[in-house]
Design a binder for this molecule. Structure first.
Ligand code: NAG
Ligand code: NAG
Ligand code: NAG
Ligand code: NAG
Ligand code: NAG
Ligand code: NAG
Ligand code: NAG
Ligand code: NAG
Ligand code: NAG
Ligand code: NAG
Ligand code: NAG
Ligand code: NAG
Length: 828
């Protein structure tokens, strides 16, 4: 109760009086909250309407970094101001005390500005004498007939701004050809319609498009198959939202509901050009992003505007290319990048033959995704000619010569740096000569001689320095090893040297690439270059790293040191000679792991995870358990790697989803339900991985026709029939302990239960694998059955043994076959 907290000028009331007041408060809740505007009432200044259940509020508000007022609806129970609908997006008022939201004489709800001019209206034709406007508990503002409030004349969910609320429609009116679009804000301070929008395909298919400027489509959901959008395979069974598609002669739309009422969740077209689903976390008082598309920020069309360049790994995604600055810094800072960047110095234009005028030059940008609208120049055969072709035309802004010559005219959009797609190239950006330091020397020979001399000197210096430094390093490492637990802080230049300038790549994961290297004492190391770090300062990084450093277990990869210089963050681990588990399990050319080794690997991983979850000081949830993150030492002892990193790169859950791109894989269903993640999410992933250790194949395999099979679904049936032998990797032959196999299969199913509480802890898994705990027959998770329905599961192993016959079978597989598989597993 707030009663004791409020400072009171009166002497403290007696206890009984207090009880009496309390009683009164409970008896008749103060009914200040009004949810209706009627003919004799209105909203002005700080007055608010509150919905009956207390979920939503309507009134004037100002967005952050703005001084203007808007009529909006926002969550009452969410501590961060979060608007879900705005009436006057384009016509704000400056003084809300003199503005008024009221019913006009014709019955429409209107907004009047300071000078009593109507600046917004529900603008619908009304045939009744009296109307009322009611804010409903779903966040919907309804204009209804005053004599019968279930006759709705207009409602705000039919006119969404950037938010699609549960219960709202988002679709197409086939009669008026009007499309209800979600349109992003213009900037973080301005809710006016921005450049990005989401709409249902105007041609009548069931897919959504995200568009730039209502003209360029850069993402589509794929069509609806009754359960998921084909481009969004992660929408599996336990998805937090239930989508419904309605298609009549007059309209087609989707609507959705949130399965659990208590969850506050919303779907928005964000300023970042991505659609996002966010869930409010009461515990941490913040919105958690649990799903977004396009996943990679730089896939958003023209995210950074003309001459802006996107970088997935940068501190900020957008910056202007060399020689350019934001057209309007205020807008740029408020995330409105449509204006893009402009030249600091105008081009001189090569055609000017005045003697003393310097010509334009080209600035090379390596590792770029080349911009759109390249003009190929088939007749140009050399890089030099390509450059001069570009110089000849004043509107040419860049060229690239990778085999053939391409030039660009006008604005460059969709530039991306540090791009590692197959189409990456070097872009030569045209700039005024004064923008570039004088790099081309007039006298090549002299320059060459100087360069040679400087180079020679540099080599000497380097040799001397390396000797000194090796001594120092050796001392340092010996010291570190003696102390045992301390982490070595490495210098970036040292790591560059150890890894021969990051030349031997061992792999790449969600957090960055890993390179092999050797310490001066010849110890092999694996150096992980963290990518995509944001928000974290040096100090926090060191704290997190030292936490990870204290986590030591025989089944966890040991962190030896780290590097933190400027924006660079690297971690140095012990090197694991047998590589990762996926290579050992799935690659044909490698030795087949025998059954006993597999069982010991499964047990070792379970011990490592149990230690992370239960034994170390702060419980660490791994969040990304999969064969790629299990490393094997020389004697095949498994070591879990990459733990603790999710915390290092921030609490952005979507980053983990990114690593799971398109595969059903190892993600526990709660990842996409948006609820808080517990250690049981790791248990789920462990279970999925256990199936793969048993079968020696990926759970999800695509056949050549692109049909998906899913091993756990197939295996369910066999387990129940008592035919576990057929599930094990056929390459093992008779080398298998049936008792252990059966135990492993059962644990795997217990681990992948939809309901977290039904899953064992990792500690229990260890005990079961060790044979100290008995285990019952598991129920088959419902989500597996749904996967069958949506993926046309076909016999898993017949695929393997006879590709030819399975191909004919799967092409003739029909709905009835799908159903029979499904009902079989539901009988289980
Ligand atoms: C507004 O008018 C309605 C009916 O005309 C009446 O019931 C209500 O009490 C009035 N409200 C106020 C605040 O005057
Ligand atoms: C927006 O406002 C916040 C505080 O309200 C401030 O920290 C931030 O710098 C402002 N941003 C801009 C671009 O003005
Ligand atoms: C009110 O709106 C009218 C019409 O849009 C406009 O002409 C007028 O300047 C506005 N008044 C104020 C004080 O902004
Ligand atoms: C109101 O609706 C009519 C058509 O129904 C349209 O012509 C008019 O432009 C609309 N006015 C406003 C202010 O939206
Ligand atoms: C509207 O009001 C007029 C008179 O004010 C009355 O004659 C008419 O019956 C009313 N119509 C309805 C639908 O209530
Ligand atoms: C109120 O309107 C609804 C929907 O138009 C209608 O079904 C219902 O019969 C009306 N009720 C009365 C009392 O007129
Ligand atoms: C929607 O219904 C129309 C007929 O009303 C039909 O032509 C169209 O194919 C349907 N669209 C989808 C995606 O089912
Ligand atoms: C968006 O398209 C309109 C024409 O449809 C055009 O006038 C406008 O310049 C475009 N916006 C940008 C930022 O290119
Ligand atoms: C479509 O609209 C027409 C005219 O507005 C109406 O008569 C018809 O009942 C509507 N059909 C459906 C399925 O809502
Ligand atoms: C930058 O944009 C803001 C907001 O659109 C505008 O108010 C301001 O005048 C612009 N500044 C310049 C220098 O164009
Ligand atoms: C050429 O250079 C002269 C002298 O700098 C300048 O006045 C003239 O505008 C330039 N012409 C072009 C086409 O850039
Ligand atoms: C430069 O290239 C543009 C685009 O191809 C073309 O329209 C223009 O005529 C060219 N100008 C000259 C001087 O060649």
């Amino acid at each position: 109760m707030a009663l004791p907290k409020t400072p009171s000028p009166f002497p403290p009331p007696s206890f009984s009086l207090l009880l009496f007041l309390l009683f009164l408060a409970l008896q008749s809740p103060p009914s200040f909250s009004v949810d209706t505007i009627s003919a004799n009432s209105s909203i002005s200044g700080d007055q608010l309407l509150t919905s009956k259940g207390g979920n939503f509020v309507l009134g004037f508000f100002t967005p952050q970094n703005s001084t203007k007022y808007y009529i909006g609806i926002w969550y009452k129970k969410v501590s961060q101001p979060t608007s879900v609908w705005i009436a006057n997006r384009e016509t704000p008022v400056s003084d809300h005390t003199k503005s008024e939201l009221r019913l006009s004489d014709d019955g429409n709800l209107v907004l009047l500005n300071e000078s009593r001019a109507q600046i917004w209206s529900t603008n619908t034709s009304i045939s009744t004498n009296s109307t009322v406007a009611v804010i409903q508990d779903t966040g919907n503002l309804v204009l209804a007939d005053g004599s019968n409030t279930s006759r709705i004349l207009w409602q705000s969910i039919d006119h969404p701004s950037n938010t699609w609320l549960p219960g709202g429609k988002l679709g197409l009116n086939k009669v008026t050809k009007q499309n209800q679009r979600l349109i992003s804000w213009k900037s973080s301070a301005d809710p006016a319609p921005g450049i990005f929008s989401l709409e249902l395909d105007p041609d009548g298919t069931s897919q959504y498009y995200i568009q730039w400027n209502e003209s360029v489509t850069y993402w589509s959901s794929g069509t609806w198959n009754g359960q998921i959008f084909s481009g969004v395979p992660e929408m599996t069974a336990n998805y937090i939202y239930d989508f419904t598609y309605v298609n009549t002669t007059n309209e087609s739309y989707f609507t959705y509901s949130v399965k659990t009422d208590s969850i506050i969740s919303r779907f928005i077209m964000d300023l970042s050009g991505q659609i996002k689903q966010l869930t409010w976390m009461e515990g941490s008082q913040e919105w958690i992003l649990f799903w977004s598309q396009p996943r990679a920020q730089c896939e958003v069309h023209s995210l950074c505007g003309p001459f802006g360049s996107c970088n997935e790994n940068g501190q900020t995604f957008c910056k202007c290319v060399k020689g350019f600055a934001a057209r309007n810094q205020t807008e740029w800072d408020l995330q409105d990048r449509t204006g893009g960047c402009v030249r600091n110095t105008p081009l001189q234009c090569g055609g000017n033959s005045s003697a003393n005028v310097e010509k334009d030059r080209f600035y090379p940008m390596e590792g770029m995704r080349l911009p759109e609208n390249a003009q190929n120049q088939p007749d140009v055969g050399s890089a030099e000619d390509c450059a001069s072709t570009c110089l000849k035309n004043c509107s040419c802004t860049a060229y690239s010569f990778g085999g053939g010559c391409s030039v660009w005219y006008g604005d460059l959009i969709n530039l991306q740096e540090q791009y590692n797609g197959s189409d990456a190239g070097t872009l030569y950006l045209r700039l005024a000569a004064s923008e570039l330091p004088d790099s081309t020397s007039k006298k090549g020979t002299v320059a060459g001689a100087i360069a040679g001399a400087v180079g020679g000197l540099a080599v000497c210096v380097v040799i001397v320095w390396v000797v000194i430094w090796r001594r120092r390093k050796r001392r340092m490492i010996h010291a570190a090893k003696a102390v045992g637990r301390t982490l070595v802080p490495f210098r970036y230049s040292d790591l560059q040297h150890f890894t021969k300038n990051f030349s031997e790549k061992l792999g790449g994961g969600g957090f960055g690439s890993v390179f092999k290297g050797f310490l001066p004492d010849s110890t092999a190391i694996a150096v992980k270059r963290l990518e995509g770090l944001r928000l974290h300062g040096e100090k926090q990084f060191r704290t997190e790293v030292s936490t990870i450093g204290t986590v030591q277990h025989v089944n966890l990869v040991r962190l030896l040191g780290f590097c933190s210089e400027g924006a660079r963050r690297l971690l140095v681990y012990e090197f694991m000679p047998k590589g990762s588990l996926d290579a050992q399990l799935f690659q044909n050319n490698s030795m087949v792991l025998d059954w006993n080794t597999r069982y010991q690997i499964a047990l070792g991983i379970a011990r490592g995870l149990a230690y992370l979850h239960e034994k170390c000081r702060d419980c660490i949830i791994h969040c990304d358990v999969k064969p790629e993150n299990i490393l094997l030492d020389a004697s095949f002892v498994p070591k879990v790697s990459d733990f603790g990193l999710a915390k290092l790169v921030g609490r952005d859950f979507s980053r983990v989803l990114t690593t799971m791109r398109g595969t059903r894989g190892y993600l526990a269903p709660e990842w996409i339900t948006g609820v808080a993640i517990t250690a049981k999410a790791d248990v789920y992933s462990y279970g999925m991985m256990l199936f793969e250790i048993i079968s020696g194949r990926r759970n999800s395999e695509q056949t050549e026709e692109g049909k998906a099979t899913f091993f756990p679904t197939f295996a369910a049936n066999r387990l129940v029939q008592g035919d576990v032998q057929s599930l094990v990797d056929h390459r093992l032959g008779d080398d298998v302990n049936i008792e252990e196999l059966e135990r492993a299969c059962k644990i795997a199913y217990w681990c992948i239960q939809d309901d977290e509480s039904a899953r064992p802890t990792m500690g229990q898994v260890v005990q079961i694998l060790e044979g100290f705990l008995e285990i019952n027959m598991p129920p088959i998770p419902r989500s597996l059955q749904i996967l069958v329905e949506s993926s046309e599961n076909i016999n898993f192993f017949s695929d393997l043994s006879s590709n030819q016959s399975s191909r004919t079978r799967s092409t003739t597989s029909t709905g009835s076959q799908v159903k029979s598989t499904a009902s079989r597993s539901s009988n289980v």
